[in-house]
Design a protein around this ligand. Structure first.
Ligand code: SF4
Ligand code: SF4
Length: 460
């Protein structure tokens, strides 16, 4: 069982089987302290992946305090934070706004910076392992099922996070009904102290006394007892109870987990296409990386990596007849999301229009046969220089001048399909300049030629 007891039992009831463990994430001998990819910076053994301060829902704080397995250090840290009002609200014992900011700023130092270390970490171990919250309990650096396994864990994280929100609110409404309006948004989302959503409690490490009095009401000074009472209310809940409490708010997240779980058992499709991949050298083999698993290269024989262009939309049987050696690698290539199925706006290479790019041709952003999302980033240097980047499917386009920024913004808006000639007016050089740039983006695998724009799809 890879999840803490409470979450593991709920997920088992939902899925009809335990969530599998992840033996490649060798926490006792941390796998990320000796990563497979030479491009990945090794984690520090003294902090591993715990450079993260979790926000614990009220019932997990109480459960950790009640459990004798909780380490003395973790217990002292929980009590210290509660006594000092450091992120202690009736909903959560959460990150302070300062910790939230440090965490954002310290993302580059993830797995490195001891100043970001979790308060509940003790000599290489989690001091409250049995009561980890959704982020910690679904984090695995390496998955047996690689990118597809990661998608399942991410879906589980979103569901458990939503369950934690709903149960924390359910406890507050029962135990502290007069303060519920101050603590819960109208859309049933918790007001997060870490995000500055509690009025009057926006800065500093500890919540000020007036705000503490206002949010804790009759439980002021008895916060630990409140958290324990929350744990006692949640401990007997079955998944059916949780489902009833969560209601419609859980429906979408449950469907996402079920779909991600079904994908783990899905048979191989009859047609597979190769998306964008970063190829590195791993000794005598090739390492294949995709964006969901940037630190976990799939090591394959070079002959297998060389054969990927054959996955252009022809039947799988034809590819296997041409390169029989690829057969044993198929499932792992699918798991790594090197191979995927055409659809969701992505057209198999051999079905794409060819010839010279003309103004009436339709282009779309290439999702790499894995439903990659399109993200943009705006960076401003200390000198005030603006860089705009568009990222999708393991490819990034970065521009600096205003007319190219406008062009990328146009492409982002028309990601599912736009007429190539409609970009001509955005560049000083007109259609010749636009054509050259668009053709480069096609050649780099950022754009693809399609017959017609794709209808919007639900998120994967
Ligand atoms: S999950 Fe964390 S502790 Fe476990 S092996 Fe991965 S990085 Fe190391
Ligand atoms: S709660 Fe445990 S697993 Fe999560 S960051 Fe802290 S020490 Fe690590």
């Amino acid at each position: 069982m890879s999840l803490p007891d409470h979450a593991g039992a709920w997920m088992e009831a939902l899925l009809g089987a335990p969530v599998p463990s992840e033996p490649r994430s060798t926490c006792a001998d941390c796998a990320m302290c000796r990563p497979a990819s030479p491009a990945t910076r090794a984690f520090s053994p003294s902090v591993k992946c715990c450079t993260f301060q979790p926000s614990l829902p009220n019932f997990l704080v109480g459960a950790a305090l009640l459990d004798e397995r909780t380490s003395e250090r973790a217990r002292a840290a929980l009590r210290g934070r509660i006594a000092e009002g450091r992120g202690a609200t009736p909903l959560y014992l959460e990150r302070t706004p300062d910790e939230e900011r440090d965490q954002e700023l310290g993302k580059a130092e993830y797995g490195q910076d001891p100043t970001l270390l979790c308060d509940y970490y003790e000599e290489g171990l989690c001091g409250m392992w049995a009561h980890r919250e959704a982020v910690c309990s679904t984090f695995w650096c390496l998955s047996d099922r690689r990118a597809v396994g990661m998608r399942f864990h991410e879906a589980t994280k979103r569901l458990l996070g939503r369950v934690e929100e709903m149960l924390a609110i359910w406890n507050v409404r029962a135990l502290l009904p007069t303060r519920a309006d101050a603590l819960v948004h109208l859309d049933d989302r918790p007001r997060r102290y870490a995000l500055g959503e509690l009025p009057g409690a926006r800065t500093g490490g500890s919540i000020g006394l007036p705000t503490r009095r206002r949010i804790w009401g009759p439980w002021m000074g008895r916060e630990e007892a409140f958290y324990r009472a929350c744990a006692e209310r949640v401990a007997p809940l079955s998944w059916a109870d949780v489902r009833t409490i969560g209601g419609d708010a859980l429906t979408a997240a449950i469907a996402e987990v079920q779909a991600a779980r079904a994908r783990l058992d899905a048979p191989l499709p009859t047609v597979l296409c190769a998306g964008n991949v970063d190829r590195i050298t791993l000794g005598a083999e090739a390492g294949l990386l995709t964006e969901r698993v940037p630190d976990d290269p799939l090591a394959v024989p070079n002959a297998v990596a060389d054969a990927l262009p054959l996955f252009d939309g022809r039947p799988l049987a034809e590819v296997l007849a041409a390169v029989p050696a690829i057969g044993p690698w198929l499932q792992r290539l699918v798991d790594q999301e090197v191979l995927g199925v055409p659809g969701e706006g992505d057209v198999a290479p051999r079905d794409r229009p060819t010839g010279t790019l003309g103004p009436d041709d339709v282009l779309a952003v290439f999702r790499s046969f894995r439903g990659s999302t399109i993200d943009h980033r705006l960076d401003v240097s200390p000198e005030g220089e603006v860089t705009w980047a568009l990222v999708c499917g393991g490819r990034e386009v970065r521009v600096e001048d205003s007319e190219h920024i406008r062009l990328l913004q146009f492409i982002e808006r028309g990601a599912r399909g736009f007429r190539a000639g409609d970009t001509a007016g955005l560049l000083g050089g007109g259609w010749p300049a636009a054509k050259e740039l668009l053709q480069d983006l096609v050649d780099e695998g950022f754009l693809q030629r399609v017959a017609e724009p794709c209808a919007p799809q639900p998120p994967r």
